[in-house]
Design a protein around this ligand. Structure first.
Ligand SMILES: Nc1ncnc2c1ncn2[C@@H]1O[C@H](COP(=O)(O)OP(=O)(O)OP(=O)(O)O)[C@@H](O)[C@H]1O
Length: 204
C-alpha cells in the first residue's frame, strides 16, 4: 500500500522510479498499467482519448517478455500489433512502424521466421521491445528495461526512449541503471513511519 504518493509528468519527460529492493517500484508500474486496481486516489491523464483509461494509453514493458516460443518472431509481433490498439494524444506525434521495420531496427530482422523460442535472452528482450514501436501509445511503463541487454543494445534502447520523449511521449521506468534520458524527473520511494514518498527533480 502506498501513502502520500503524488507526482505529475509533463509530456516529453521520463519519470525514473528509484528505491530499495521490495519498496514497490514494480507494484507502482503494474498499478499504472491497470494490472492492479487502484485502492484509492486518482490517476489523471490530460489530453488523451477521453473514453479510454490512462492504462489504455500505456505500453507495459515488464520483467516478463510475453513472447510465445512456438510462434515465429514475426507472428509474435504481428499478434501484439493486432492486440494493442493505437492511442493518440494531442501532444504525441509518433507513428506506427511495421513489424518488419521494427525487427530490423532492433537488429533481429534476420530472425523473422524463426520460432521465438530459438532467440537468446537479449534477442527476446528486443522482440518484446519491438511491441512498443508497432503500436503508438503515449506512455511507456518500463520495468528494468535494460535487463538482459548488452551495452550496444542498451545504447539503442536509450535512443528509442529518447525518441519517444522527443515525439511528446512519457516514460515511467523503474531502473537501477543510470539512463541518460533527455528530460528526467525522479520519484524516490522510501519507507518511513508511515511509508512516505517524495518526488524531486534530478540534479543537473
Ligand atoms: N503478487 C504479489 N503478491 C503479494 N505480494 C507481492 C506481490 N508482488 C509483490 N509483492 C510484494 O510487494 C512488495 C513490493 O514489491 P515490488 O516487486 O513492487 O518491489 P520493487 O521495488 O520493484 O523491488 P525490486 O527492486 O526488488 O524489483 C514486496 O514486499 C513484495 O514482496
Amino acid at each position: 500500500m502506498f501513502q502520500d504518493l503524488s507526482f505529475d509528468l509533463p509530456s516529453g519527460t521520463a519519470l525514473v522510479v528509484t528505491g530499495a529492493n521490495g519498496i514497490g517500484k514494480s507494484s507502482l508500474l503494474r498499478t499504472l498499467a491497470g494490472l492492479v486496481a487502484l485502492a484509492g486516489g486518482t490517476l489523471w491523464l490530460e489530453q488523451g482519448e477521453a473514453d479510454r483509461s490512462p492504462a489504455e494509453h500505456a505500453h507495459y514493458f515488464g520483467h516478463q517478455n510475453a513472447v510465445k516460443a512456438a510462434l515465429s518472431v514475426l507472428e509474435n509481433l504481428t499478434f501484439w500489433q493486432g492486440f494493442t490498439s493505437p492511442v493518440s494524444a494531442s501532444v504525441f506525434g509518433a507513428t506506427a512502424m511495421s513489424p518488419e521495420a521494427a525487427l530490423d531496427l532492433l537488429g533481429i530482422g534476420h530472425t523473422t521466421d524463426l520460432p521465438a523460442g530459438f532467440l537468446s535472452a537479449g534477442q527476446t528482450r528486443r522482440l518484446a521491445l519491438a511491441r512498443l514501436l508497432v503500436t503508438p501509445r503515449p506512455i511507456w511503463l518500463m520495468d528494468e528495461p535494460t535487463s538482459a541487454l548488452d551495452k550496444a543494445s542498451e545504447g539503442q534502447l536509450l535512443d528509442l526512449m529518447n525518441g519517444h520523449l522527443t515525439a511528446g511521449g512519457m516514460i515511467i521506468t523503474a531502473t537501477h541503471t543510470d539512463l541518460a534520458l533527455a528530460r528526467t524527473k525522479i520519484l524516490h520511494l522510501r519507507t518511513a513511519d508511515p511509508v512516505s514518498l517524495h518526488e524531486e527533480d534530478l540534479p543537473a
